[in-house]
Design a protein around this ligand. Structure first.
Ligand SMILES: Cc1cc2nc3c(=O)[nH]c(=O)nc-3n(C[C@H](O)[C@H](O)[C@H](O)COP(=O)(O)OP(=O)(O)OC[C@H]3O[C@@H](n4cnc5c(N)ncnc54)[C@H](O)[C@@H]3O)c2cc1C
Ligand code: FES
Length: 264
């Protein structure tokens, strides 16, 4: 029953790739003409995209956060790091080709109140940029990466008038030297709420500190996914309410839900 509901909600379609941009040596931005997906997508939701030209190899679709959705133009954008076979094939797709896409999927972020702190580690910036662009209120945005080459977000997306941007690199090659966690700890005392996406270790620290200080917080989790619609249970994580599927119960969870479990 849940599977049928999920399939009914998500639209599986073939969408034209309008634009492709290779960013630096490791990242790729794809823009699709996908009016039904762009029209429905909420910040924090994701899409599953089928890599092209997989030959005889059956290849599963890959999950990517919605980075931008232009409802009027019907354009949907994702940005991803090129790391394995699926993302290599996707980065080789040429504009004009059609790719299979399922979505929008999962549950997104709640609306951030003014004074919220958004904490992005690496490519974890993707759903948070969409979240920031969905509201007009002022937000602090921490964008932490290893070095300046890892900044994958195009400037016109990060330069939003409501964003107070805090860039940080581990080697100090752009912005402040340090980590997203260092900055997060400094800004947490004046945060109304926290929204985070990035490496698991970063999320655990963010969650733990928010729980200790009583600040409401939500994190977007990444797990390996096969179906993306709640059917295979391959993406289950333990929460205080038992096992939950990251693809359909998340990927966004409140920190009470996912990180209180197992805390002493
Ligand atoms: C909800 C969600 C949103 C995501 N959003 C983004 C995004 O906006 N940008 C981005 O760069 N990456 C994102 N990822 C991670 C992205 O899905 C993986 O990097 C990608 O699937 C790797 O595929 P691959 O074939 O190139 O790598 P391979 O390592 O060859 O993949 C092998 C298998 O593992 C899975 N896999 C590998 N790494 C991950 C991972 N970190 N998370 C989930 N599955 C993985 C693949 O889907 C594939 O099934 C997201 C993951 C999830 C779950
Ligand atoms: S990926 Fe199949 S249940 Fe989540």
């Amino acid at each position: 029953m849940r599977l049928l509901e999920a399939l009914n909600r998500a639209s599986l379609g073939q969408y034209i790739l309008l634009e492709k941009e290779i960013i630096g040596s490791q990242y790729c931005r794809l823009v699709f003409l996908a009016p039904s997906v762009a029209g429905e997508a909420q910040p924090g939701q994701f899409v599953m995209i089928y890599p092209p030209n997989a030959g005889i190899q059956k290849i599963l679709p890959r999950p990517f956060s919605v980075f931008a959705a232009d409802r009027e133009a019907g354009r949907l954008t994702v940005i991803f790091r090129i790391i394995g076979i699926g993302t290599v094939l996707l980065s080789q797709a040429e504009p004009g080709t059609k790719l299979g896409m399922l979505g929008p999927l999962g549950k997104g972020f709640p609306v951030p109140p003014a004074g919220s702190l958004l904490v992005a580690g690496g490519i974890g910036m993707a759903p948070l940029i969409f979240l920031a662009s969905s509201v007009k209120v002022e937000l602090n945005f921490i964008y932490g990466v290893a070095n300046s080459e890892q900044f994958s977000c195009p400037l016109d997306y990060i330069n939003q008038p409501n964003l107070v941007l805090h860039e940080v690199t581990e080697d100090g090659s752009r912005g402040e030297r340090g980590s997203a966690v260092d900055l997060f700890r400094r800004l947490l005392p004046r945060a109304e709420a926290v929204f985070a996406c990035g490496p698991r270790t970063m999320l655990e620290i963010v969650a733990s500190d928010c729980l200790d200080s009583g600040v409401a917080a939500w994190v977007s989790l990444e797990e390996r996914m096969a179906c993306g619609i709640g059917a295979c249970r391959g993406c289950a994580v333990m929460t205080k309410n038992g096992y939950q599927r990251v693809c359909s119960d998340g990927p966004v969870f409140s920190v009470e839900e996912v990180f209180l479990h197992g805390r002493t």
